[in-house]
Design a protein. Sequence first.
Length: 598
Amino acid sequence: MTKRILTLLSLLVSVSSLAVAPANIKSVNYIQEGEVSKLIIDFDKTVIAERNHIKADKQIILDLKSVSADKKFMRGIDTSEFTGSSVFISPYKKPGSTNDIRFAIQLRDNVRSFVETKRNKIILHIENRFGVFTRAKLKKVAESEFIADDNTLDSSKVLVPKSSSINDILENITQSGVKRYVGRKISLNVNNVSYPDILKMIGDTSGFNIIIEDEVSTLKPLTISLTKLPWDQVLDTIMDLGDLVAVKHGNILTITTSEKARTAKQKELDEESKNKVLEPLVTKIFPISYAALSDIKKILDTYSTKDRGTITSDDRTQNLIVKDTIESIEKMKKIIETLDTQTPQILIEARIVEASESYEFRAGLAAPGLNIQYDAFGDVAESSGAFSLNTAPTASSGFFGAQISVGRLANLAFNLDLMESESKGKIISSPKVITENNKPATISNSDQRNFRVESVAEDGSTGAGTITPITATISLNVTPKVTNEGSIAMTVSISKSGFSSQESSDQLPGTTTRSVNTNVLVENGSTVVIGGIYQTDDSTLSQGIPFLMDLPLLGWLFKSAYNPKKVRNELIIFLTPRIINQEEAGLVNRELGDDLGL
């Protein structure tokens, strides 16, 4: 019985531990489909999400219950380059909770949104223009918002809207940016009529309720003629002409002058400033690991509460002591987490490949060519002959010859030159260097050789000569810079010098130098060819007796050996940069303009 109870308890503990185990975020994606933007978050199991819309801050808050995420998913996403209504998406741990994550979506204007759950996915739908969503799609989300506002009005004084999209139209009018007018077309032709009367005409025509502030009555009467335009466009035009501002409450539109609206907004800001003066101050110590204290302090000073907050640096312990409000300290914490990271370390590997190839072919009579002697009066000698063949010729002795005496022909001699040579070579140099982001680095290697140069006197005699050193160097100079996308922009200078052959004993050998200077953008870990030189030298030398050397068949007896030469040299330079501390430097899944939610 006891064993069964223990078994049941262990099962209950294991089941409860599984139940409270947080879900893990597998991916975070932001896409825009037409006039709807979607924030898609994928989990390894089902997650509960809560959505709140803070209209005062133009923010949508998405709270995910019992969720954990890797650091790469906790970086802000800049969506301002899209044409949608969202500007930034900032994920962070919900304050006061250990396993809850909050996504704060900053909007350009207050638009509607709703959350959709598909298996292990949470999809936040955001309309890019107010009125995109139909009322049916938003019934569960927005029904209480619109009906509650309508019920607060006296039914005897409420105008009946002539369009089911009246709320969408009024919301569109009060927003900034590009607007799309969808109201029923009307014509307006008035002469010297006050702004309140014109606004009432439009309200009666469209069926929305309007509240006009007293300041609007002081405006100069308006004369205008508009034909067959949407009534919401006419209303927007009238407000622009009078420099008016509209605020929507349900299907009620309050219109006042922009000057009064600015005064009211300034009063609201002043009240907020007074409340901040009463907010208590707290002290927090931030350890700084990689950034310079002076640089971080200079940035944080701009976020410190005016006349109240203080920031002190301690160079000995590399700490910042901040005394400020809780809100300001939270902002500074996010800034420090983003900026105080390892500096990217870049390994640059250059590969310099030099290939050379030469080919030479000789075929024909060697000097002095064909030698014939004829003795008309001498004794007839017995036929005799001599023949020699070199089976392993060198470049200077690639020939075989014969010397024959036949009758009165004496010393019939010739040297037949036949030689073919081919050589191939390859030199690979691979300098490597590591440097910090945006810091120059240099690596070089020198090879020094000593050459003896004989001294020649005036009488032509040669002396002992002197020994002269000559140095050949290979060097790599590079300054890398990591971009926000994770690519590497480099300023590169590579040079390589070498020795050529010593033509004579009284002259130093020549040197060859090859270099390249360029700027290049390379993906992390990719290889790029930054330069190449290809040289080809084809030559053929032909000497002989004019006219006779051109005779068919016999012409080869009167000219030098056929001697074509081909020399090819090729130089290719490869470059491969690689960030060796990509994750520690905060470059994994890095997005442009990380949102700090400031």
